[in-house]
Design a binder for this molecule. Structure first.
Ligand SMILES: C[S@@+](CC[C@H](N)C(=O)[O-])C[C@H]1O[C@@H](n2cnc3c(N)ncnc32)[C@H](O)[C@@H]1O
Length: 185
């Protein structure tokens, strides 16, 4: 929750969350968030979020099922949030192009994602385990570098913090986390 609160810092206005899941970020939304649109393909995830949505102080609407194809008009949002989702969307480049399209100029992408580690030994294990991970974890990848993907999609990374989550060495392939805020020029 500490990381979720940190990545939500600065969210304001009309916000889109892609990969809403069970709504674990709801309690971290700042008061400046005026409305929250959610994209979530899983009926189970959406149902699990019901109680949290009911208790939320901000209106939350499910506006889509796929981050690769957003229904919103260009420049419709002030900010977009993703947590532990860019690892799973099949065509992440297309999803980030869509995020860029629906963000207003100056709007921000807030992301908290696990991904490719800087240590060669850990990265080697991530590459070895990536296929298996995809099969047992709903298409999740270990080798994506979310901040770099955001840069490649035309975002300017303003804030970047990266670290391993606490845990034994064997958990490192799953535990390298990036917290970033990137703006759409
Ligand atoms: C590991 S879960 C993270 C859920 C939530 N963001 C969190 O931090 O707890 C990955 C989420 O991505 C969603 N997802 C998978 N494919 C997606 C897609 N194409 N577009 C949007 N969300 C997707 C899954 O349904 C799931 O809710």
């Amino acid at each position: 929750m500490r990381l979720r609160r940190q990545v939500c810092e600065g969210l304001s206005g009309r916000v889109l969350e892609i990969g809403f899941g069970s709504g674990l970020n709801i309690s971290a939304y700042p008061a400046a968030v005026a409305s929250l649109d959610a994209v979530e393909p899983s009926e189970v995830g959406w149902a699990l979020s019901a109680e949290r949505r009911a208790a939320a102080s901000v209106p939350i609407a499910r506006v889509g099922l796929d981050g690769q194809r957003l229904a919103a008009a260009d420049a419709a949002y002030d900010a977009v949030l993703t947590t532990f989702t860019l690892c799973t969307i099949p065509d992440v480049e297309t999803a980030l192009a869509e995020v860029r399209r629906v963000l207003r100029p100056g709007g921000s992408l807030h992301l908290l994602e696990h991904g490719l580690a800087p240590d060669p030994k850990v990265a080697t294990w991530q590459r070895r385990l990536d296929g298996l991970q995809g099969r047992i974890a709903a298409g999740c990848h270990l080798v994506r570098d979310a901040p770099e993907l955001a840069r490649a999609a035309g975002f300017e990374v303003q804030r970047l913090e990266q670290a391993y989550l606490p845990g034994p060495g064997i958990s490192k392939p799953w535990g390298f986390v990036s917290l970033a805020v990137a703006t759409r020029p």
